[in-house]
Design a protein around this ligand. Sequence first.
Ligand SMILES: Cc1ncc(C[n+]2csc(CCOP(=O)(O)OP(=O)(O)O)c2C)c(N)n1
Ligand SMILES: [Mg+2]
Length: 337
Amino acid sequence: MYEEMVTARHYEERLQEEYLDGKQPAFDISAGPIPGELHLAAGHEASGAGVCQHLRDDDTVTAPHRPHHIAIAKGVDLKRMTAEIFGRETGLSKGKGGHMHLFDPDVNFACSGIIAEGCPPAIGAGLAAKKRNTDSVAVAFLGEGAIDQGAFLESLNMAAVHDLPVVFVVEDNDWAISMPKERVTDVENGAQRAGGFDLPGARVDVDDAVSIYDAAKEAVGRARDGNGPTLLEVQVHRRMGHFMGDPESYRPDEDKAAAEQRDSIERLAEDLRAHGVEDTTIQESRERAHERVEEAIEWAKDQPEPDPADAHDDVFSNPPSGVTESDPSAEVTGGDD
Ligand SMILES: Cc1ncc(C[n+]2csc(CCOP(=O)(O)OP(=O)(O)O)c2C)c(N)n1
Ligand SMILES: [Mg+2]
């Protein structure tokens, strides 16, 4: 878990550097090697690592717009994921999805830029597992800012009514863009939502990977054993802006400083030391993680850009009339997608 968490943190720090390349001084969002928006998950690492430790490749995970730590923990190929973020042809979706639309069928991972939108596909995966009589489970991650979304609440209901092998994991980082949790919802503990659907709910109050691991073990075990869904809320923290370029002018300095104090990676390192793990072992783990990230980024930056002539390939399942897969320049005259 420690190595995975260091990988995820270093990944975000390196993407931050790459992202800013060429975008200054006027912050041109389309410039540089990573065009478009980028939501980094530094501070969320304990959640992905603690939960996904209990998952297999055949289990499904859906993540929100802040997905990298979860993708890494689920075992998504880091090189192809990085190529996707850099918009390269060898990316997971040939560079057409970008960082909010990572999709890897090899390990059943997907994410979406629409908040709470991972919940319905996760219950679909849970229903499929149940109908196929397998013991696969599905986990939907979402932010605390999404706990009043219809897609989430309807999914809780459906999962409960059909007793589906699904775990909902709410990552509470205290903020939804510039909106603190208490201004948008009356429940301090998002896991209370479970009560309305008569399913088990639990909250992990500290940014601690081991506590999240323990809570997720119970929840995933319950789903795998055929005992239905669980709602888990886990406390994480946001070390960076909502998206890259967010000046965070709405955020009190003390809040950011307090969040940084709650570093789950340092906490886990201390736990490891307390359990007799040598500093050199911890350091080697860090070095392996850093090397893996550097290798993925170097590889991705070397990959070819997609051919503009392929722009419409794989985009429409039923192309609008006038557009053929190989002739994107043709005039679009409407369609039924
Ligand atoms: C349905 C929907 N409404 C609004 C948005 C715009 N939006 C993007 S992220 C976000 C806040 C998400 O906050 P939270 O769920 O707490 O996740 P966090 O960013 O804190 O990880 C919003 C409102 C969206 N993507 N989808
Ligand atoms: Mg949030």
